[in-house]
Design a protein around this ligand. Structure first.
Ligand code: PLP
Length: 394
């Protein structure tokens, strides 16, 4: 059932995105790459840069003090956004995005924790940013004579994590499981609240929340996660912003390596404004909207014989109990190459992603077209896209 009760709410929210109102003939369908910014975020950044811009943590004058306070405020904001049950123990670190955050966990924490004979589990069908850093750390340790076994995360035929197989892989040497909250190609919610039961009490769980932050509620307590990383720019903040949250409950406290240097202060200010905006909009409602739009798109595509929708086929039905899809729909045309299809759609004003989507090496073998939706996307955009795709059907 389409959530018609959300139509007015959605329309009021869409009007707050100046780039979208300025380009009415275009449909931005690439929010998994980066999200558009509401006026409130742009205003917060302009206000900061035109009234109190300074460096943080240095200087005794008011602008510097205020900037330091704004960075602290952003940390509190992130903690609240993630449902952090113990903000005094945990740490919020600002990074440039998920890639840098995951790399920091691998390099600044895991590399110091692993011992000869340890094992880690890595999701090689997820984003490369959640596969390569772990591998890099293991290779580095191997050069120092520390041998660590990397086990691929098991998936079932529906592209879901195979919990039974995962539980069978855990040994007393398993130190880390790297996971993804929402898959960036299939859009499936990987339902991480069930993970701790399979992992046991001691294994560190790292969550790549790049595609879930701002799309569905993230509850770090329910996941019993140790690290959560997300890209601020995909959650409506400025480019170059990201978050690495560390629970600091298992093993030594996480401290980022190197010298911290000057933080991305305007990016951090934008993140506070973006999380305020998302919470005021209601992340639950955003999830209902994007799930419904995605379902409308998959339903439409399934009626067209030239297209194959990737991912769990059982989850294609809007009321499917498995792996609800969060506004990411990826497909191929059986005769038109994905890049060509991307160009055809671009000529009609549809901005989609067409390539291999940075999937790590157990990913899809050929490229595809990804449509990724956010709260500002409309039913009309989805229906117009389907009309255009139908024109290319057999
Ligand atoms: N992880 C996932 C699941 C992603 O979708 C992406 C970006 O598309 C990343 C990590 C990398 O994010 P960033 O480019 O912001 O570092």
């Amino acid at each position: 059932m389409f959530p018609d009760d959300l139509r007015d709410w959605q329309s009021r929210l869409r009007d707050q995105f100046p780039i979208l109102t300025a380009h009415p003939g275009h449909a931005y369908l690439d929010s998994a790459a980066t999200a558009q910014k509401p006026q409130a975020v742009l205003d917060a950044v302009t206000a900061y840069l035109t009234s109190e811009n300074a460096n943080a943590g240095r200087g005794a004058y008011p602008w510097a003090n205020r900037t330091t306070a704004l960075v602290d405020l952003a940390r509190q904001r992130v903690s609240a956004f993630l449902g952090d049950p113990e903000p005094d123990r945990s740490g919020v670190h600002f990074v440039s995005g998920t890639t840098e955050g995951l790399r920091a966990v691998a390099r600044d924490w895991l590399a110091h924790e692993l011992r000869d004979g340890d094992e880690i589990i890595v999701p090689f069908a997820d984003h490369a940013a959640n596969a390569l850093p772990w591998r890099e750390t293991v290779d580095l340790l191997a050069r120092q004579g520390v041998r660590v076994t990397v086990r691929p995360m098991p998936y079932d035929a529906a592209h879901d994590y195979d919990m039974r197989a995962l539980a069978g892989m855990i040994t007393d040497r398993t130190r880390l499981i790297a996971t993804t909250h929402v898959h960036h190609v299939y859009g499936g919610d990987m339902n991480l609240a069930r993970l701790r039961a399979a992992a046991g009490p001691d294994v560190v769980i790292s969550v790549d929340a790049a595609q879930s932050a701002g799309h569905l509620p993230i509850d770090v307590a329910a996941m019993d996660a140790d690290f959560v990383t997300f890209s601020g720019h995909k959650a409506m903040a400025l480019p170059g912003t990201g978050v690495l949250w560390a629970a600091n409950r298992r093993g030594p406290r996480f401290t980022p390596g190197g010298w911290s240097g000057t933080p991305n202060t305007s990016g951090i200010v934008s993140l506070t404004a973006a999380l305020d905006w998302l919470d005021a909009a209601g992340v639950d409602r955003i999830a209902r909207w994007t799930v419904a739009l995605g379902a409308r798109l998959t339903d439409g595509l399934r009626k067209l014989s030239a297209y194959e929708v990737l991912g769990c086929q059982r989850s294609l039905a809007a009321d499917s109990p498995v792996q609800q899809r969060h506004g990411i729909v990826t497909f191929r045309h059986h005769a038109i190459g994905s890049n060509d299809l991307g160009f055809i759609l671009a000529a009609d004003g549809f901005m989609v992603r067409s390539d291999g989507h940075c999937q790590a090496h157990h990913g899809e073998k050929t490229s595809s077209v990804r449509v990724s939706l956010h709260v500002y996307n409309t039913v009309d955009e989805v229906d117009r896209l389907l009309d255009t795709l139908a024109g290319l059907d057999d």
